[in-house]
Design a protein around this ligand. Structure first.
Ligand code: TPP
Ligand code: SF4
Ligand code: MG
Length: 312
């Protein structure tokens, strides 16, 4: 595990510059800053329609201090396939410039990933195209006014689920792992060093890498800007958001989530849900049912890890 000091010393440079138009406490900004600290120079980013697309601003005052391409909503993974193939075909040589190796990165929202981009992403994953795809998951279409996506959790109020969403959240990291790609990981903006380490690892792996980051959105979640780290931290502490890696099919729980296999180490789910206005329509009965469902998910995860250990 890298230390904060080590991570900051290894990359003091900021790639996503201050003065951009993110809301205060925006999780996507934290996610991108730490991802770019790990990836460093020689990274080209593709961004489909999203808050990121907008908050970057206009050249010559744009926030990204690295190559940044805006892409049509559904086309990010297909564009990344082409871009990374073009870098390779040119042997990373361009007029006046030779890059050691260029990393192609998609940075997309949950709407652009779990709904609109999934077809192209699935195709690229099946081809094992060589790029990192990161979904920053603020759990709704935030840029257009908080509409529900398939990544919005059960019970969350959005402008299209005014009584709370009925369906449950789509588990995209597991869907990506089912594509048999070399690397899948989950992160939370409350754990920046974990983000840093996982992007470092992803950069070193050839093929399709998928990283899914829980990213708070104060206006969309109904939380104060100053709670933008505390709330996703509670998601991890309650076990509602599980941090793990799946490397060549082998699942490993990350440092903050592993102890939670012991149910007594998990904080009650209500600690996470009750702090957010978006969950204010959940009844007491529903809160109990959600806790039971979460406990069952953890029991199934423990079984899965047991089977994995005993069949290796
Ligand atoms: C084809 C197309 N349909 C709709 C839009 C409008 N649009 C722009 S951003 C956005 C929301 C994207 O949501 P998400 O991917 O979750 O990113 P977030 O806004 O939450 O950062 C929508 C619907 C568009 N730009 N292009
Ligand atoms: S609406 Fe949410 S995701 Fe968009 S810039 Fe503001 S905090 Fe970030
Ligand atoms: Mg979103």
């Amino acid at each position: 595990m890298v230390k904060l000091k080590e991570a900051l010393e290894s990359c003091q440079e900021e790639f996503f510059l201050p003065g951009n138009s993110c809301c205060a406490g925006c999780g996507l900004e934290i996610a991108l800053r730490w991802a770019m600290k790990a990836l460093g120079h020689n990274t080209a980013l593709i961004s489909p329609a999203s808050c990121l697309n907008v908050v970057v601003g206009l050249w010559p005052k744009a926030a990204p201090n690295f190559p940044f391409t805006n892409m049509a909503f559904a086309a990010a993974a297909a564009a990344a396939t082409g871009m990374s193939a073009a870098f390779k075909a040119k042997n990373y040589r361009f007029p006046g410039k030779v890059w050691e190796k260029m990393t192609t990165l998609v940075f997309a929202g949950d709407g652009g990933t779990t709904d609109i981009g999934i077809q192209g992403l699935s195709g690229a994953a099946e081809r094992n195209s060589d790029f990192i795809y990161c979904c920053y998951d603020n759990e709704a279409y935030m840029n257009t006014g908080i509409q529900r996506s398939s990544s919005t959790p059960h019970g969350a109020i959005t402008t299209t689920t005014t009584l709370g969403k009925e369906r449950f959240k789509k588990n995209l990291p597991r869907i990506m792992a089912a594509h048999d790609i070399p690397y899948v990981a989950t992160c939370s903006v409350s754990e920046p060093l974990d983000i840093y380490e996982k992007f470092k690892k992803a950069k070193s792996i050839e093929g399709c890498k998928y990283i899914h980051i829980l990213a708070s959105c104060p206006p969309g979640w109904g939380i104060a800007s100053e709670d933008a780290i505390e709330i996703p931290r509670l998601a991890v502490k309650t076990g509602s958001w599980i941090l793990y890696e799946i490397e060549n099919g082998v699942l490993t729980l990350s440092k903050k989530s592993k102890p939670l296999l012991d149910p007594s180490k998990r904080a009650p789910l209500i600690d996470y849900l009750s702090r957010q206005k978006r969950f204010s329509k959940l009844s007491e009965k529903e809160l109990i049912e959600l806790q039971e469902r979460l406990d069952l998910q953890w029991a199934n995860l423990a079984d899965e890890l047991f089977c994995q250990e005993n069949h290796q």
